[in-house]
Design a protein around this ligand. Structure first.
Ligand code: NI
Length: 297
């Protein structure tokens, strides 16, 4: 059960989001169908339930470091075709014990470098969902994140609840953060995480179409922002990690960063390989069809 650790509530919200987004996209495509029919087919488009995916997976301007993780040596056999890229991910269906470790709300001037050292010592790649104004304040740390092969991703400019903003305020939160990240690192993000996980179908569609951003939620949540105990954080992560999982943590709390060496080492000992979120998405496969239930006489 690689993808089953998220809550029913989250699952329901995602279903509603994707259904609404697909319907909205279908209406949009239907209304523009005559014009599109005259265009040659685009080789880089993926059709997802009537939605045309506008962006390729990786948009790194500094892309040499973002695809492969030397320490993890991604040589996964890929017999099944890749699933079409989706709007939103809470986890992925992958072959092999791959997980994505994600850190939100930084960069932090002391704790993020400390965490980067822990990751470097183990050759582990992670994903950092950064706050734009923190990137503007600590651009060198953002650059180090990218230079050391991690994925850098958008977590808004000021960490508001995006669903409560005006359209222009929403756009400013996303665009300003993308610009700060690109200025500091040379990389344009392709993934984002909404603060508090607060998102809706309309915003998801805008993020995907206007900014080329996939929405990344999570399947493992140690509540490290609330329970500031390293033992709790590491034991929750170790217990709940599963193949294809996306693990949420925050690199602005000392208790979280202190929990990471033990968490990493335990998961490595269990055979897990750490990849970035975009690497995990690239390995996502459609779920295997369920075997037809047959009654034995
Ligand atoms: Ni956050």
């Amino acid at each position: 059960m690689p993808c089953g650790m998220f809550t029913n509530l989250l699952r329901m919200r995602l279903l509603i989001n994707s259904t609404l987004a697909s319907l909205a996209a279908l209406v949009f495509l239907t209304s523009t169908a005559p014009a599109k029919a005259q265009l040659p087919p685009r080789p880089d488009t993926l059709s997802v339930a009537g939605f045309v995916q506008p962006q390729p997976l990786m948009q790194s301007l500094n892309s040499t470091e973002t695809v492969t993780s030397p320490a993890n040596q991604l040589t996964a056999p890929t017999p099944a075709p890749a699933a079409p890229r989706k709007f939103t991910y809470t986890c992925c269906n992958v072959e092999g014990s791959y997980v994505a470790m994600t850190f939100d709300d930084g960069p932090h001037p002391k704790l993020t470098p400390k965490l980067l050292d822990f990751l470097k010592e183990r050759g582990i790649k992670a994903t950092f969902f950064v706050i734009g104004k923190n990137v503007a304040e600590f651009p060198d740390i953002a650059k180090r994140i990218v230079d050391e092969g991690h994925e850098i991703a958008n977590h808004s400019w000021t960490h508001p609840q995006l669903t409560k903003l005006s359209p222009s305020a929403f756009a400013a939160e996303i665009a300003q953060t993308n610009e700060a990240i690109e200025k500091a690192t040379g990389v344009r993000p392709v993934t984002m995480r909404p603060p508090y996980g607060a998102i809706n179908a309309n915003l998801t569609k805008r993020l995907n179409e206007e900014y080329g951003l996939s929405v990344i939620l999570w399947s493992v949540d140690p509540l490290d922002w609330k329970i500031r105990k390293s033992d709790h954080v590491s034991s929750h992560i170790i217990k709940n990690a599963a193949p294809g999982g996306i693990i949420l943590a925050h690199d602005i709390h000392a208790s979280t960063v202190d929990a990471m060496p033990g968490s990493f080492d335990a998961l490595l000992a269990k055979g897990y390989k750490f990849v970035t979120v975009s690497e995990l998405i690239a390995m996502d496969r459609p779920p295997a069809p369920k075997a037809a239930s047959q009654k034995t006489p």
